[in-house]
Ligand binder design. Structure first.
Ligand SMILES: [Cu+2]
Length: 276
């Protein structure tokens, strides 16, 4: 009986040893371990000199001296792409709005931050992030059936017109004025349906941002890319804009909204990356 007891103890010891050598092998540095990971993206909407935007509360003065605030601040992000150290791209559900498009709504912000959680990201060290502001024509042209889920979500969030017109890309509403912000405005940007057929501007824009530190995605670390959006770009951007009676209530892709789009395209920057 004693020899059996000894053998079974030996067996347990060997099993334990092989387990521990196994677990020491799937370290972060093991190139053989290709377990995909998750990634979080944080969007923090603010005025760079005032901090987070509180809807109906935070009042900013534009470079042209106009007071303004926001009651609604929403935009669509899609076609998120991660670029590694060698310039290789991972495209997250490209041109598939049901899985790869998101609505950033300041009303959903928790302590100033709106969170996106992406799953099944290939293990890699990423140096850049690229994303679309709005919905690309390639995605829109899939038709309503090709994006029924996201189209419904957009509807619920007030980020759609009729299907023929399509999505609202950026929805800004609030008040503006000289001495104080008292006059209502609404600037809703977006494409007027099929832009080539309708001969209208395409307001979909892609933004590429460098990461100040590498985002190390693997099975154990879920990095978080913390993006700041500086809404000063709206009126005080590359092209300073003044809200007037003629442009304060606009929807679509007219020239003022093209200007707004071009300004907003420059509002994003990655402030920092968390690797934990
Ligand atoms: Cu952060």
């Amino acid at each position: 009986m004693k020899i059996y007891k000894f053998l079974s103890l030996l067996f347990i010891a060997i099993t334990l040893l092989s387990f521990s050598s196994c677990s020491s092998r799937d370290d972060d540095d093991n190139p053989q371990d290709t377990t995909p990971g998750n990634l979080q993206i944080k969007f923090e909407n603010g005025f760079n000199n005032l901090g987070n935007i509180v809807l109906n509360q935070t009042v900013q003065t534009s470079s042209q001296g106009q007071k303004h605030n926001f009651s609604t601040l929403k935009y669509v992000i899609s076609n998120i792409t991660l670029i590694d150290e060698n310039g290789k791209e991972f495209r997250y559900n490209e041109n598939n709005p049901d899985k790869g498009a998101f609505i950033i709504d300041q009303a959903d912000a928790v302590a100033g931050v709106v969170y996106l959680n992406l799953n099944d990201i290939p293990k890699n060290n990423y140096k850049k992030i690229k994303f679309g502001l709005g919905i690309s024509q390639n995605a829109y042209l899939l038709g309503m059936d090709g994006q029924a889920e996201f189209w419904n979500r957009a509807k619920q969030k007030g980020m759609s017109w009729s299907w023929a017109a399509g999505y609202v890309f950026v929805k800004l509403e609030g008040k503006y004025g000289t001495g104080s912000a008292t006059t209502e405005f609404m600037n809703h940007t977006g494409n007027m349906g099929k832009v080539t057929e309708n001969n209208t501007p395409d307001l979909y824009r892609e933004v590429t941002l460098n990461l100040p530190t590498t985002a190390r995605v693997n099975g154990k670390i879920r990095p978080s890319i913390h993006i700041l959006a500086d809404l000063n770009q709206f009126l005080s951007g590359e092209k300073p804009l003044i809200l007037t009676e003629s442009n304060a209530m606009l929807m679509g892709s007219s020239q003022h909204l093209v200007d707004v789009t071009n300004n907003l395209t420059k509002m994003f920057k990655v402030d920092h990356v968390h690797n934990d």
